[in-house]
Design a protein. Structure first.
Length: 257
């Protein structure tokens, strides 16, 4: 394999270790086509993010519930697909609307585009989205409080739920960790409760999902796909699955960059 960029290389390493459970540094150096020293730097960074666990001479996989919730990990995964989905989803938003965004990295990518649709009211529990719009004159920003989660860099818990339930917005845009042709899922109960409350507060509901999250399940059911008005996916979704999804909701495929 030829040498790749650091982000792509770390994704290759992560997927290989998750598939096999563990791997040695030498094995990963051969896989990625870089030096053993470079691989060790990659492993140090992945361990720092909470994605993998280091041991002498190699690395092993953490349970999926640990790393899939880690914001630092999610920010480095499938970025091109998330940006494409964000661009397509932004076409659903019109000036003057009130929109609610969850703490997903796809919603964060979308937030970066929404200033172009101002004036807007933006409601969110994601700290980085709050930072993005703080001080923006044409964005009315409503921050949902609650208990701060370092893992998600967002606010969750009962105070967050109560704040959501007091609001009604034109559109809610969320992502989640898994879905099949009928149902959406997430591995964490607290996150499911917040997302459900968000969806109940919106007139229109939009689901943002890159292809790595499809044809999967997780521990907790979020809700049936047919409850969403729109599903935005990237161009890599299998055609047969795409047809099944279109039987249940409006599906918009984001063009590849």
């Amino acid at each position: 394999m030829t040498t790749t960029g650091a982000q792509a290389r770390r994704q290759i390493i992560t997927e290989h270790v998750l598939r096999h459970g563990a791997a040695s540094g030498a094995e990963l150096a051969e896989l990625t086509g870089v030096s053993l020293m470079t691989v060790h730097r990659d492993l140090d960074e992945l361990a720092r993010r909470g994605v993998l666990r280091r041991f002498r001479g190699g690395v092993s996989a953490l349970p999926s519930t640990v790393f899939e919730s880690n914001l630092d990990y999610r920010l480095g995964v499938n970025t091109a697909e998330k940006e494409a989905i964000a661009r397509t989803a932004s076409e659903l938003v019109e000036p003057g609307m009130s929109v609610m965004l969850d703490d997903s990295t796809t919603a964060l990518a979308l937030a970066g585009l929404l200033a172009e649709q101002a004036p807007l009211t933006v409601v969110t529990n994601a700290r980085r989205v709050v930072d993005l719009f703080a001080g923006h004159e044409e964005i009315r920003l409503i921050s949902l409080g609650g208990e701060y989660s370092r893992t998600h860099d967002s606010f969750l818990g009962v105070p967050c739920l109560e704040a959501i339930e007091a609001l009604s917005v034109d559109m809610v845009l969320v992502s989640t960790s898994a879905m099949d042709a009928r149902m959406t899922y997430h591995q964490e109960q607290d996150v499911v409760l917040v997302k459900r409350a968000m969806l109940a507060s919106g007139t229109r509901k939009v689901l943002l999902m890159d292809r790595t999250k499809l044809a999967r399940t997780a521990l907790h059911r979020l809700g049936p796909l047919e409850d969403f008005d729109h599903l935005v996916v990237d161009a890599g979704v299998d055609g047969e699955l795409l047809a099944a999804l279109r039987e249940r909701t409006d599906v918009r495929v984001a063009p590849a960059a």
